[in-house]
Structure formats: structure tokens, C-alpha cells
Design a protein around this ligand. Structure first.
Ligand SMILES: [Zn+2]
Length: 118
């Protein structure tokens, strides 16, 4: 198990395994956030929040909730509105640098074709 946390420590994530690859996406939102996404099934991640809880931004046809720490502002993860989708992503920038360094970075053309361009 590995852990990830926002800068202030209000939001902690317990993750079943380190990512083998992380996704850099060039869509209008991800390029502004500057995040690297590590995808997981919902039961592979536990989100532990203290007060204040995460703030949610919904975009992309209301299918995805982008979550931020209300205190320090870090983008922590996204989760599906419909939990039957059983897919979420953690911002791998919140993981230890050593953990992130061992993952392959994939480049997703989310702005246009939705295909990997590497
Ligand atoms: Zn925080």
C-alpha cells in the first residue's frame, strides 16, 4: 500500500499499489490543473479526509467529480458520479517523488482524439 496526501495533509489517500503508469492529459481542464492521473478501481483507494472536506468541481457532462482540498487547494483525485462506473484516478503528483519516478508517463490527447500520443 502507498499513501498520497495534499500539501496541508487534510486529504490523505491510501492506495492499494503504486502506479505502473500515469497519464498526462492535454484536455482543457487537465492541462490547467497540471496533474498526472493514476487510474484505479474504486475499491483500491480509500480517501481519508479531515475537516474541511474536499471541494468538488463537476465538468465533462457531469460524469466526473474533480476533488480538491478546501484548505490548500491541491487537486487530489477524481471520482465518478455514477459509482457503477468503478473507475477513479488519483493525482500522482501527491505521491512520493520516488513512487512517481518509477511510473511510465503516458500522454493522452484528451483535447481531441482521446488516444495516447506516445
Ligand atoms: Zn490540503
Amino acid at each position: 500500500m502507498i499513501r498520497a496526501s495534499c500539501h496541508c495533509g487534510s486529504v490523505n489517500l491510501e492506495i492499494e499499489a503504486p502506479p505502473t503508469e500515469v497519464i498526462e492529459c492535454n484536455c482543457s481542464l487537465c492541462r490547467r490543473y497540471g496533474v498526472l492521473w493514476a487510474y484505479y478501481a474504486l475499491d483500491q483507494v480509500r480517501v481519508l479526509t479531515s475537516d474541511p472536506p474536499t471541494k468538488v468541481y463537476v465538468w465533462n457532462g457531469r460524469t466526473t467529480e474533480f476533488q480538491h482540498c478546501q484548505n490548500c487547494g491541491c487537486v487530489t483525485h477524481w471520482s465518478p458520479v455514477d459509482l457503477a462506473r468503478n473507475r477513479m484516478a488519483v493525482n500522482a503528483r501527491l505521491m512520493d517523488p520516488e513512487t512517481l519516478a518509477s511510473a511510465r508517463i503516458r500522454h493522452l490527447d484528451g483535447a481531441d482524439t482521446d488516444e495516447y500520443v506516445d
